[in-house]
Design a protein around this ligand. Structure first.
Ligand SMILES: C[S@@+](CC[C@H](N)C(=O)[O-])C[C@H]1O[C@@H](n2cnc3c(N)ncnc32)[C@H](O)[C@@H]1O
Length: 440
């Protein structure tokens, strides 16, 4: 009997380990941040709800049912929030709206992202601040996003009980809420400023489809992530924010924000940052990469970021293929260096700037293609490689990348033709490489 118990416990532990990994993959949850006990309670609750007898069978269900995975996610997320949670960020937001944004924009819309918004208290607080500043709903757009559909359903209802009014000063309640039998109902001048949507910050499609924001609130989410996920989310937020736009994080999350990309706001206790101009970040980085200790730090950082750029990887056919870029082409040299360090967004920005100055710059198309491919945008990468080959039919590296894409799509015939073209191109170009420099 004791032996069977041991076996059962082992299976349960294995199932729990697999469920932990699944949660990490889906929503970035590092189980150690909320404790294995919470996960166990969530699983036990789902076992009771579904009538499934054990963790192993539950795992099978989880792997085959997206609905069940969503139900488990609902159990494990922590929707804790309240109106005016911390005063500092909202004071800084008011100063920004009145002192920076409004004077610079006589028309237009102030765009804010509140992610995660949980049950709505944070985006509605932002709406109250803007209303206090005299901004009408027509001039404000607050996108409020969370992975939890039950939290969003509460948010959209906009009726709250006293648990949501935990800040020391609750005078805003008299101005913006009406007491009803169900609770305090928010005034529609504020609620119409907010658009709720379900979304997962880790989803690949999240950044691509969004216009950059003036302000992002991303508070009390990083604390549930491990270091690598934190870094990936910071990168996403950087690309979602306008230059000089503001990012607010939770008070225990400040150490995660890299100061070279985000400058801390002076207003104390705001845990707010101003996004630095990417070209300036690049300038600073390139002007200091000559210094060895800093270079080491950057390499270490690139390694930590674990970005998958493969610029230096050997092509899968044995033909010498140096990447040749003119030594005079400083922007492109920098782009290659940055890409090889793993700074993909920066490299892409330099390539784009290079192409704006010279739309026939073949190597800028090629490198931008490699970067986009590393970022998972295979379609755009393919177009860029084709453009490079259109401009230089002997562009060996672009041909190789196109061959690999064709192979990945299962188009062997096209892949073979492209490889043969690449081999011919390499032979044709074998005398041309002396004038170029290879950046690694
Ligand atoms: C503690 S609340 C934070 C709410 C609010 N920002 C605040 O600070 O008061 C954390 C929220 O993060 C959401 N969440 C967790 N993982 C997420 C993900 N990968 N994408 C989007 N939302 C997520 C949860 O559903 C939960 O509502």
């Amino acid at each position: 009997m004791a032996k069977k118990d041991d076996g059962d416990t082992k299976v349960t532990r294995m199932s729990h380990g697999t469920i932990n990994s699944l949660l990490k993959k889906m929503i970035g949850l590092d189980v150690s941040t909320i404790g294995q006990g919470s996960i166990k309670r969530a699983i036990d609750h789902r076992l009771r709800q579904t009538g499934i007898a054990d963790a192993e069978s539950y795992l099978t269900k989880l792997n085959s049912s997206e609905q069940e995975l969503r139900a488990l996610i609902e159990e494990v997320v922590v929707p804790e929030t309240w109106f005016f949670r911390d005063q500092g960020p909202f004071d800084a937001l008011r100063m920004y709206a009145e002192g920076v944004w409004m004077p610079a924009h006589s028309g237009g819309t102030l765009r804010v992202l509140s992610l995660p918004c949980s049950t709505g208290e944070e985006p509605y607080t932002i709406g109250m601040v803007f209303t206090d500043c005299g901004l009408s709903p027509a001039r404000v757009r607050i996108d409020a996003i969370d992975v939890s559909s039950s939290a969003l359903a509460k948010a959209k209802r906009a009726i709250y009980t006293k648990n949501s009014f935990r800040s020391p000063d609750t005078s805003f309640r008299d101005r913006y809420f009406r007491q009803t039998e169900q609770g305090y109902e928010l005034d529609s001048t504020v609620s119409t400023m907010v658009r709720f949507a379900q979304g997962n910050i880790l989803s690949n499609s999240f950044v691509v489809s969004r216009e950059p924001y003036d302000v992002i609130f991303c508070r009390n989410l990083f604390i549930y992530f491990d270091r690598e996920t934190q870094r990936n989310v910071v990168r996403k937020l950087y690309s979602l924010l306008k230059t000089n736009g503001l990012l607010f994080v939770g008070h225990s999350e400040a150490s995660i924000i890299p100061r070279d990309y985000f400058q801390p706001l002076e207003s104390r206790g705001s845990f707010g940052y101003r996004k630095r101009d990417l070209m300036q970040v690049i300038e600073d980085r390139c002007s200091t990469t000559q210094v060895d200790p800093l270079k080491d730090r950057l390499s270490e950082r690139a390694a930590q970021q674990q970005l998958p750029l493969q610029v230096k990887a050997e092509p899968p056919i044995s033909v010498a293929a140096p990447l040749a870029v003119s030594v005079d082409d400083m922007p492109l040299q920098r782009a290659y260096k940055l890409a090889n360090e793993g700074f993909l967004d920066e490299a892409a920005t330099l390539c784009e700037a290079r192409l704006q100055a010279d739309e026939a710059c073949v190597d800028a198309y090629f490198l931008l293609g490699v970067v986009r491919e590393a970022l998972g945008d295979h379609k755009s990468a393919g177009e860029l490689f084709r453009k490079a080959v259109y401009l230089d039919q002997n562009h060996y590296e672009a041909l190789i990348h196109l061959a690999l894409q064709a192979e990945a799509e299962g188009n062997r015939a096209a892949a073979d033709v492209l490889k043969q073209r690449a081999e011919r191109a390499a032979r044709a170009k074998s005398g041309d490489q002396d004038g170029g420099t290879r950046y690694e």
